[in-house]
Design a binder for this molecule. Structure first.
Ligand code: PLP
Length: 376
């Protein structure tokens, strides 16, 4: 938690549950990432947290933006982004949304299938397009399975076709999965993309760009490698495979820029046991899966907690949300421990919750209002 967030919580005592996010920290993270990968252009993955104060700060810093939808394109434009700085990176788009983005001046689009390429040819003529290839997601705590990307052979054929359709075959992309804890995942993906890049260049398609996607991890409960380790591994692999004919390098960080800038504060609603001798206490918070903590699904993302009793004796707990839905249990198998002194009414903080939380909050499930947000 940054000192600014701590001061805000102490001074304002905002109603819980709420997210308090320090926008200065986003700027620091942007600069750290720039320092780790100075040759890369940063396209912020807006879906991680599309709040206007974040987008506006990133516009001032000269960031580019990766938008997942037409409304996200609009949010970037409203925050002052130039349309040339926006990539419409979702491979699944309605054709009318492609047309709307194109009319607004967006000229960079992702695809991973022939049907999507045809939509782009019709509704974004002449635009720069890049094909997303399937790569391994091992090591990612929030993997993406096979939903996005296509096999290399198909990508090859589609990039050839893109040129024939009057589009600009700009480059290739991949995404190694979110909260990727292994630098080797990027090295393997770069090797794969480089082979296709070279192959297409020999076939007469002059690609210029490689998009390494997002995935750069942040510290939750467990340590992760430093961003400089990812930078070094990535640039090592780029140099190994491209020599001194380096293409333009694009990265699409989401989580890395915003997660540790934010803290969710919650109130303990109930601490109970299921039997007199049961060693495990159930701790029910006023935020749960439907209040925005969607990434606790499968206990994939393990947030760290702060309580007013830290440093005193702890015992095992199961942590759950407030709604009348049994899937609204956050951590049952991950061996969380919290102070024995914890009781209802205590405020607890969940650290590094600035990414993938606010927009996942349900509208009013069980009557609970969506998560309140404070950008400072
Ligand atoms: C979600 C997403 C990102 C951002 O991923 P993070 O793990 O938050 O860095 C980047 N690129 C694409 C295509 C995505 O879908």
């Amino acid at each position: 938690m940054t000192p600014k967030v701590a001061r805000y919580l102490a001074a304002h005592q905002p109603a819980t549950p709420c997210l308090v996010l320090d926008v200065d920290r986003v700027e620091e993270n942007f600069r750290r990432l720039q320092a780790a990968l100075p040759l890369a252009r940063i396209y912020y993955a807006v879906k991680a947290n599309p709040a206007a104060p974040i987008l506006e700060r990133l516009v001032r810093l000269g960031s580019f933006f990766d938008a997942a939808s037409w409304p996200e394109v609009r949010m970037c434009l409203d925050a002052g982004a130039r349309p040339e700085a926006i990539s419409y990176g979702n491979t699944i788009k309605k054709e009318r949304d492609i047309a709307a983005a194109y009319a607004a001046g967006v000229r960079m689009f992702a695809f991973d299938s022939e049907a999507e390429l045809m939509k782009l040819a019709r509704s974004a003529p002449g635009a720069r397009v890049y094909c997303r290839i399937l790569v391994g997601n091992d090591g990612a705590e929030w993997p993406l399975s096979r939903k996005f990307g296509c096999e290399v052979e198909m990508a090859r054929a589609l990039m050839l076709k893109a040129g024939e359709l009057g589009l600009d075959p700009y480059g290739l992309s991949f995404h190694v999965g979110s909260q990727q804890t292994r630098t080797a995942a990027y090295e393997a993906a770069i090797a794969k993309v480089a082979m296709l890049f070279t192959d297409l260049t020999e076939a007469g398609v002059k690609l210029r760009m490689v998009n390494l996607g997002g995935g750069y991890p942040v510290r939750y409960k467990a340590e992760v490698p430093e961003i400089d380790d990812f930078g070094a591994a990535i640039m090592g692999a780029m140099a190994e495979h491209f020599g001194n004919a380096l293409p333009e390098i694009v990265i699409e960080p989401g989580r890395f820029l915003v997660a540790d800038a934010g803290v969710v504060q919650s109130e303990v609603v109930l601490v109970s046991r299921k039997g007199e001798d049961d060693p495990v206490r159930w701790v029910y918070l006023d935020i749960g899966r439907f209040g925005g903590l969607a990434e606790t699904e499968g206990e994939a993302i393990k947030y760290a907690f702060r309580t007013p009793h830290d440093g005193t004796d702890e015992g095992p707990v199961t942590i759950a949300g407030p709604s009348c839905d049994s899937t609204d249990t956050l951590y049952e198998k991950s061996h969380y421990r919290l102070p024995l002194a914890l009781r209802d009414g205590d405020k607890v903080e969940m650290l590094a919750t600035g990414a993938y939380v606010t927009t996942y909050a349900s509208q009013s499930f069980n009557g609970f209002a969506p998560l309140a947000e404070h950008y400072i």
